[in-house]
Design a protein. Structure first.
Length: 151
C-alpha cells in the first residue's frame, strides 16, 4: 500500500492544475496538487504560467466600447431603421416565394385534388398555429412586466 501512495505522489498533476486555479477541486485533490507542486518544479512552473495566463485574460479588453456604449449604439435611429428595413425586405421576399409556391401548387395538373386538399390542410394548420403563437407573443410583449429589466 505504501508503494501505490508513493507512486501517486510522483505522478504529475498537470490535468488538475486548471481545476486547482478555478477552485473546482475537492480538498483532497487540492492538497495533492499543492504537495506535488511543492516538490515538482515542472508542475510548479505550469501552475504559475496558468495563473499568469488567467490574470492576463481577466485584464484583457475585448472591445473598445463598454456595455453602455453598445446599448446606445443598438438603439440609434439609423440602426433601428436599417434593421426594420431588413426585416421588411426579408419577410416580403418570403411572402413572394410563398405566393409563387402556392400558385404553382394550385395550378399543377399532375397533382390530384384530394392530395392538394391534404397537403393544403397540413400547411394551413401550420400557418394557423404560427399565427396563434405570433399573436400570443405580441400580446405578451405589451403586457410583460419584465421587458425593461436588464441583467
Amino acid at each position: 500500500m505504501m508503494v501505490s501512495n508513493a507512486r501517486n505522489i510522483d505522478e504529475h498533476v498537470g490535468a488538475l492544475l486548471s481545476g486547482f486555479i478555478d477552485g473546482e477541486l475537492t480538498q483532497q485533490e487540492r492538497q495533492r496538487v499543492q504537495v506535488h507542486c511543492d516538490a515538482c518544479a515542472d508542475c510548479s512552473r505550469q501552475l504559475e504560467e496558468l495563473r499568469n495566463l488567467r490574470a492576463q485574460v481577466g485584464q484583457a479588453r475585448l472591445s473598445e466600447y463598454g456595455e453602455d456604449r453598445w446599448r446606445e449604439t443598438m438603439h440609434e435611429t439609423t440602426v433601428r431603421t436599417s434593421r426594420s428595413l431588413g426585416w421588411l425586405l426579408f419577410i416580403g421576399g418570403l411572402l413572394a416565394v410563398g405566393a409563387i409556391g402556392v400558385y404553382e401548387f394550385v395550378t399543377d395538373p399532375a397533382l390530384e385534388t384530394h392530395m392538394k386538399l391534404i397537403i393544403g390542410a397540413i400547411y394551413g394548420g401550420l400557418v394557423v398555429l404560427f399565427v396563434s403563437v405570433l399573436r400570443q407573443r405580441l400580446i405578451e410583449r405589451k403586457t410583460d412586466k419584465y421587458k425593461d429589466v436588464e441583467i
